[in-house]
Design a protein around this ligand. Structure first.
Ligand code: PBG
Length: 331
């Protein structure tokens, strides 16, 4: 045998030399669920190790993450029902705690990168990312609301906005409004290929944001989120988001869509982000809790696979644990 691939695997020293993909916590973004008030830290039962936190706990959490070298966060608000309405007006209300929280975080930690969520579902009584009328999700009317939310978030101090709603044309509308309002340096991480996935369950539990059951309310998000069977359609979405001025193209979920991540990486120059979503993380946590998998091995392998597929940035509920493993030399 002339070729013995095992020669390059025979020692740790040689394996290091031939390692093709390196993942550092510099590529990770940590999602945080936030609530109004003070003194709240409640675990999300379907996503153990993740909490709904009020500002006081959020600041402590960010401080700890920064000490681990993790300084990028995406915030998702849980909104009390009394603030919800048909068009999500609380999303840009000057008293919105989410906006005030972002300002406070940036005051305390100006160096961290804060990413927002732009969508109506936390604020909408119907639990949809857009305005519902006569059983339909209105695209253009929703965009007007998303633009107002975006300006309010930029004013609050978010560095990057994350439109997660999948309305057509929203990236361009948001970009134009941001520029007109003078927020030229506020970026857009577009949820480009976001699929109508069954893996968002724990997230919707955390925020109580699932589509509401009722007459004339679509029971799922299939008219705006993408069909899991489709890959080429992701190229159309990516082309549009690129033309419309996005700074990042996101694929979501990540693990079941590694082929889509790879496809966008091969075809576009913008940085590719992947959202390793709540249900994907919950499966692994559950198996580890049962003793069926080893967390310190299975978790880094999972994140590595997303990076290897082509994701430059990974949004994952494991970001902090990964940063810990890295800091303590356990990777
Ligand atoms: C909604 C939104 C969702 C997630 C992020 N933003 C849920 C949905 O589309 O229903 C899911 C993230 C996760 O599951 O971790 N705008």
């Amino acid at each position: 045998m002339l070729r013995r691939p095992r020669r390059n695997r025979q020692s740790d020293a040689i394996r290091k030399l031939t390692t093709e993909t390196h993942l550092s916590s510099d590529h990770l973004i940590y999602p945080l669920f936030v609530v109004d008030g003070a003194g709240t830290k409640e675990e999300v039962s379907s996503l153990p190790g993740n909490f709904r936190m009020s500002l006081d706990y959020v600041l402590r959490e960010i401080e700890e993450c920064v000490s681990l070298g993790l300084d990028r966060f995406i915030l998702f608000p849980a909104i009390p029902d009394e603030y919800k309405d048909k068009t999500g007006t609380y999303g840009y209300d000057p008293n919105n705690f989410y906006l005030r929280m972002a300002t406070k975080i940036k005051e305390e930690f100006p160096e961290v990168c804060l990413i927002s969520d732009v969508a109506l579902d936390p604020y909408n009584i119907d639990g949809h990312d857009g305005i519902v009328r006569d059983g339909k999700i209105l695209n253009d009317e929703t965009i007007l609301q998303l633009c107002k939310m975006s300006i309010a978030q930029a004013a609050a101090g978010f560095d990057i906005l994350g439109p997660s709603d999948m309305m057509d044309g929203r990236v361009m509308a948001i970009r134009q409004d941001l520029d007109t309002a003078g927020y030229k340096n506020v970026g857009i991480m577009a949820y480009t290929a976001k699929y109508a996935s069954a893996f968002y369950g724990p997230f919707r539990d955390a925020l109580d944001s699932a589509p509401v059951e009722g007459e004339n309310i679509p029971k799922d998000k299939k008219t705006y989120q993408m069909n899991p069977a489709n890959k080429r359609e992701a190229l159309i979405e990516a082309e549009l988001d690129t033309q419309e001025g996005a700074d990042f193209l996101m694929v979501k979920p990540a693990l079941n869509y590694l082929d889509v991540i790879h496809l966008l990486k091969e075809n576009f120059e913008l940085p590719i982000a992947a959202y390793h979503v709540s249900g994907e993380c919950a499966m692994l946590i559950a198996a580890c809790q049962k003793g069926w998998l080893n967390y310190e091995q299975a978790m880094p392998e999972t994140l590595l696979s997303i990076h290897r597929a082509g994701a430059d940035a990974i949004l994952t509920y494991f970001a902090k644990d990964y940063a810990k493993l890295q800091k303590f030399g356990k990777l």
